[in-house]
Design a protein around this ligand. Structure first.
Ligand SMILES: Cc1cc2nc3c(=O)[nH]c(=O)nc-3n(C[C@H](O)[C@H](O)[C@H](O)COP(=O)(O)OP(=O)(O)OC[C@H]3O[C@@H](n4cnc5c(N)ncnc54)[C@H](O)[C@@H]3O)c2cc1C
Length: 446
């Protein structure tokens, strides 16, 4: 639980880190995007990050058009050197492969991107600073500060190599601290145990043969090394354009057989890759590393007592595809807009009402899509992986493949401009929208 806030007592060793209108905990995609949009809206924002930049983050480094759309909204120059464009996805399954180009839509770009998170996160944090956010690196947030009503009023942390205790104050805090979700947990927001947490692992290899591939390659017919059954996930080979490729796989836990041995499954899969790709121990540039993929909105409510959850801290990874960067960027923009509008009201019931619009907005955008994705995960993807939906009949049908690609990556024009859009809208409209989960929060006194 959070530490009680109040005037510093004589024995209190916390140094004053500063005050702001909003604190953002974590400078991954969610945190940097939230800080950037807040700063642009004229909100005074401090961004706290435990690491320094540049730093690594275990990821596939792939962005589909929805994520690219968000980067453009942030004012990132996606034509600058360092970005590698892709034209679409190549799915490999049961001896067949198909290439599906990203759709040409009015609402989204028709290309995806890759860039190592080592560069990507550094660039985003620098953009947030450029917009006016104050970035404090080397600050590990340890706990929320709360008032007597349990409402967040700031955070405590430790700063620098000497782990100096610090305290920051703000009436609103954005939790963007990733899968650990430490801030949310300490505010009493536990993970929804009915929702799956997948795991994924990746490794970089030097491969001139594949580094310029114009497609994101996905393998749907991997088998678990331990059980010999279909992997409830997929493998990927993503080109980074700099002579390297990002190779990895992600999987949900098997319903009755528990976690998948990602390392052994990956070793088994790599023996199937063509030899001339040069993927092996001698071309690996780092060890295999894995991390959790919290998906399907596995932590809620997304607003609680002055705290807004964004990105992995709210389990916003797509249950359809395992992507989380674009989702983190988009939710961050929605959170920032909500906060800016709320801060324009005096504190109290009106502001509280405005802040509760954040989960409502996330639910409006993604509620049905995630609900259907969670169902697909429970019934198909989490049991048999992607092989059933990449049935040979589907792979032989360009219209079905186009529909599948838009469904997996959540892109369609609104209002619909073609039959595929219309089909997806009809499908999603048939799903009852989940009720946004909120907890009653006592308003602060004006
Ligand atoms: C192997 C793997 C492959 C993936 N591939 C893809 C992909 O190709 N495309 C895609 O879209 N998504 C992918 N994802 C998902 C994606 O990485 C996440 O969804 C995304 O990083 C979420 O962003 P975030 O900002 O919410 O969290 P994070 O990126 O985890 O950022 C959290 C930040 O908070 C900081 N932090 C944590 N705790 C504290 C603290 N106590 N105090 C201060 N700072 C703190 C961390 O240092 C970090 O900088 C993949 C995930 C994995 C594990």
């Amino acid at each position: 639980m959070g530490a009680a806030d109040g005037p510093s007592s004589p024995g209190d060793t916390h140094q004053d880190g500063g005050e702001a209108q909003v604190l953002v905990v974590g400078a991954g995609p969610a945190g940097s995007a939230a800080a950037l949009h807040l700063a642009r809206a004229g909100v005074e924002v401090v961004l706290l990050e435990k690491s320094g930049f540049p730093r690594d983050k275990v990821c596939g480094d792939g962005l589909t058009p929805r994520g690219v759309h968000q980067l453009i909204r942030m004012g990132i120059d996606v034509n600058a050197p360092g970005w590698t464009r892709n034209r679409g996805m190549r799915w490999v399954c049961s001896g067949r492969q198909v290439e599906i180009d990203w759709p040409r839509l009015g609402s989204h770009p028709d290309f995806g991107l890759t860039r190592s998170r080592h560069d990507f996160d550094d660039l985003l944090a620098a953009h947030a600073v450029g917009a006016g956010a104050r970035l404090h690196t080397g600050v590990r947030v340890t706990a929320p500060l709360t008032d007597r009503a349990g409402r967040i009023t700031g955070v405590t942390g430790v700063a620098g190599p000497e782990k100096r205790p610090v305290r920051y104050r703000a009436p609103l805090v954005v939790a963007a601290d990733g899968a650990s979700a430490r801030t949310a947990v300490l505010m009493g927001l536990e993970r929804d145990p009915t929702r799956t947490v997948a795991t994924a692992a990746r490794r970089y290899y030097r491969s001139e043969a594949r580094s310029q591939d114009p497609y994101l390659e996905l393998w749907a017919d991997l088998l678990c090394s331990r059980t010999g059954r279909d992997l409830p996930g997929y493998g990927w080979v993503f080109p980074l354009g700099d002579g390297r490729i990002n190779v990895g796989l992600g999987a949900m836990p098997h319903r009755s057989r528990g976690a998948v041995d990602l390392r052994a499954t990956m070793d088994q899969w790599l023996t199937r890759l063509p030899q001339d790709w040069g993927v092996g121990e001698e071309t690996a540039t780092c060890p295999l590393r894995s991390a959790a993929l919290p998906m399907g909105f596995n932590r809620h409510p997304q607003y609680h007592r002055g705290l807004l959850l964004v990105g992995d801290s709210a389990g916003m990874v797509s249950p359809w595809s395992g992507e989380g960067i674009g989702q983190a960027l988009e939710a961050a923009e929605a959170a920032a807009e909500t906060i800016a509008l709320a801060l324009a009201r005096p504190s109290g019931t009106g502001r509280e009402h405005a802040l509760r619009q954040y989960p409502a907005e996330i639910n409006r955008r993604w509620g049905r899509y995630y609900r259907l994705g969670n169902l697909a995960g429970d019934l198909i993807l989490g049991r048999y992986g992607y092989r059933p939906i990449l049935h040979p009949r589907v792979m032989a049908s360009p219209p079905l493949l186009r529909t599948l690609a838009r469904l997996l990556t959540h892109v369609a024009d609104e209002p619909p401009r073609d039959t595929v859009d219309a089909l997806l809208h009809t499908l999603l409209r048939a799903v009852p929208r989940p009720r946004p989960l909120t907890r009653r929060t006592p308003p602060t006194r004006p």
